[in-house]
Design a protein around this ligand. Sequence first.
Ligand code: ZN
Ligand code: ZN
Length: 264
Amino acid sequence: MIHDQHVHTSYSRDSKASIDEYYKLASKLGCKYFVCTDHIEFMSCFNHTDWTVDYENQDKDLERLGKTYPNVIPLKGIEMGYRKDQLHRMKALLASREFDLVNMSIHDNTEIDYYFVEHFQAHGVLETMAIYFNNMIDGLETFDDFNVLSHFDYGFKTAYLIDNTLKISQFEEYLVKVFKLLIAKKKALEVNIKVQDTINDLNHTKYFLNLYKSLGGERITISTDSHTVDTYLEGFDKYAEAAKECGFDEVCYFVKRQEYRYKI
Ligand SMILES: [Zn+2]
Ligand SMILES: [Zn+2]
């Protein structure tokens, strides 16, 4: 069993990847499931517009592909960007459709986009990381309708670009708060391969996995966050190995919002 649970297709505003090509590859690799988790971002601070998904056509594609490749079961996923000021819209969208999997992400607040170096420079790196973590903690405390916290270390990749002397251990106090909330709420922590590969330091990955484990964390996912077909499931083995070294021998997956696990 192998299953990539963070995948963007051309239904995401920032991807041109063909859902047909992904599905074909999932079938070739022997995947039991295929899930796309395209972006919903309400009033993205990047351009102050909504990032939405054409679910009507996506559903038609998934149904058609499920028939073409009957060995792969189509699942409906989403990457929902958390925004406190858009909470009512987030809840309404999730109530309007039956998802199998909800990944929650922290990409921005109303004015800072955690992707951009310039935004970190304008506010200061440590100051922006504090805002970032408080944003995440706020999301975990006020929002509950999700299964997985995606790329909790998204802000790190930007911070490290400005100051490569920063260490993840400097932020342990915040990490402990985030992980304790995830554990209490029984939500999974994502090992985001795209972020790990950008940071390119297994010490970073193992540090947070060990910390999460030491606090009693047992729910992880390992996913690529692919925006192009060529990276689908790429690097899974490497990070599964790292996870095993930190004491994890299974990963979670979700069908109809229910949690299941498989061995790694
Ligand atoms: Zn994301
Ligand atoms: Zn993503």
